[in-house]
Design a protein around this ligand. Sequence first.
Ligand code: CA
Length: 242
Amino acid sequence: MRTLPRVLIVEDEAPIAELIAVNLRHNGFQPTWAMDSETAQRELDAVLPDVILLDWMLPGESGLSLAKKWRKDPRTKGVPILMLTARGDEADRVAGLDAGADDYITKPFSTKELLARIRAVLRRRAPEQLGGSVAIGALLLDASTHRVSYDGQPLKLGPTEFKLLHYFMKHAERVHSRGQLLDKVWGDHVFIEERTVDVHVKRLREALGAAGVLIETVRGAGYRLTAQPLAQRQPAAVATPS
Ligand code: CA
């Protein structure tokens, strides 16, 4: 089985570290917590994480200084660093990025945004590290463990629905005809009627629950999975006659 991406959380405030760790665990990551710079260094020496969440204000050596140090070290320089901090000033943000941080997130932050940013730095740094997993917004599919979750909540999918979702997620935003879906998901030697696709799409939507709206029917064309479904889009501003 594929190992889950490891996240080292360097944060001296236990409640924040705990909140982050719980959310990471629910979303398919393997978090480790270090409450100070010395513990963080020990953790890094032992196991190299896939990403580091680094608090700026730490007792002893600051996060900024740690980021600089880890960027210089050949062993750790490839590990993405996401700085966590209460500081929101532009000058501080620039200092954080100059120190080698890949991204910067200001406290208080939403855990959803934090997760999205972690996935983004992982994708940018090493796409192969996430190998069999695909994320579209809060929807996460892990091909190697056959797990699907939405907003951290695990979902139960049948094998065909799983394959269908995997295909949709790998080719998000594109419209697929029923015939194309039959070829790509069922294989082109399978003789089944196109309306079978409709049955499975219906089942998939049901299994996805709240995320079901991500799969749109495009009239006369087929289906598409979108990160911004019509059902969730902000209504366009209505022009008022002047
Ligand atoms: Ca702190």
